[in-house]
Design a protein around this ligand. Structure first.
Ligand SMILES: [Zn+2]
Length: 300
């Protein structure tokens, strides 16, 4: 089916290869950024959850999306705002803003064909279900724990069936197996993330793309390490522990680092080229709040 968004504006505002590039644009935009803040502000009709109509890149249709106040926070001025990346979930497919941005990126920026071979480091999520409907060759996995072998499929795991186990630092796939590797908010939970970038590069074919999201701290040049782990697996906390939701664990996942712009250098060190932070915004497609990014890097 033809993609249905051709008459709506693109949500992709700009691409950045460094903090200097981002800062230059931010200062150039100046008061124009206040227009975005104003529009975002006017969207907030209620202190209760509410629906908006917007175009969903995964459903390829206009749907209703639900804005809630889960994980909301206050900014420097004391104003309250939703956790925009985590909300505005499509009532049809369930994908929130950052998940839909990733799908939009695959179509709008990469023109990924339906036949592409895609590895996705999740398998029990609404995103996996959506991506699997959109492409013919999608392999998903979860990290099930140290008792599983990479590539092993668990017949049953915590109410899920046929779940493949993979460890992103030692994937079971052969070199050059995929056109696209996708991860969403995973790398911040892996202390040796450099190793996972190298493994992602290994399993991608030449010309392939790593596409991912992480909580990104665009004001940081250097990544802020929150916790480390030693060879025996003992965790040392440098900053107060921060846990994020994990689809296969009730305890959540510890966040080891808050990524800054040197993330793009780390991706390059793993053998990728052209690493970029792609900034998106567009209320017509349910992307509110600013600035948020999808990252990509090319396997040359
Ligand atoms: Zn949808």
């Amino acid at each position: 089916m033809a993609r249905g968004n051709s008459h709506l504006p693109s949500i992709w505002l700009a691409d950045f290869a460094s903090k200097a590039e981002f800062d230059a644009l931010a200062s150039e935009l100046g008061t124009q950024l206040e227009v975005i803040a104003e529009i975002d502000d006017r969207m907030l009709q209620s202190r209760h959850p509410f629906d908006i109509k917007a175009w969903c890149a995964a459903c390829n249709a206009v749907t209703t999306m639900r804005i809630t106040w889960h994980y909301c926070g206050t900014d420097g001025t004391g104003s309250v705002h939703p956790a925009w990346t985590e909300t505005c979930a499509c009532n049809q497919c369930g994908l929130n803003s950052r998940m839909r941005a990733l799908v939009d990126f695959l179509f709008s920026k990469l023109n990924v064909p339906r036949s592409a071979r895609i590895y996705m480091a999740e398998q029990t999520t609404v995103s996996y279900t959506a991506v699997q409907k959109l492409f013919d060759q999608v392999i998903g996995s979860e990290y099930l724990g140290p008792d599983y072998r990479p590539g092993e499929v668990a017949a049953e795991f915590k109410h899920h069936t046929q779940i493949r186990h993979e460890d992103l630092s030692r994937l079971s796939f052969a070199d050059g197996s995929f056109d696209i590797v996708l991860t969403q908010d995973v790398f911040e939970h892996i202390p040796d993330y450099q190793k996972t970038f190298s493994e992602s590069a290994r399993v991608l074919k030449r010309g392939g793309e790593l596409v991912f999201t992480v909580p990104f701290f665009y004001d940081l040049e250097q990544t802020r390490v929150r916790a480390t782990v030693d060879a025996q697996g003992a965790v040392a906390h440098i900053l107060p522990p921060e846990f994020h939701g994990n689809p296969v664990s009730n305890e959540g996942s510890l966040c080891f680092q808050n990524f800054g712009w040197d993330l793009l250098d780390a991706v390059c060190s793993a053998g990728f080229t052209q690493p970029k932070a792609h900034m998106y915004w567009g209320p017509w497609a349910g992307h509110i709040g600013f600035p948020f990014f999808v990252m990509s890097a090319h396997k040359g």
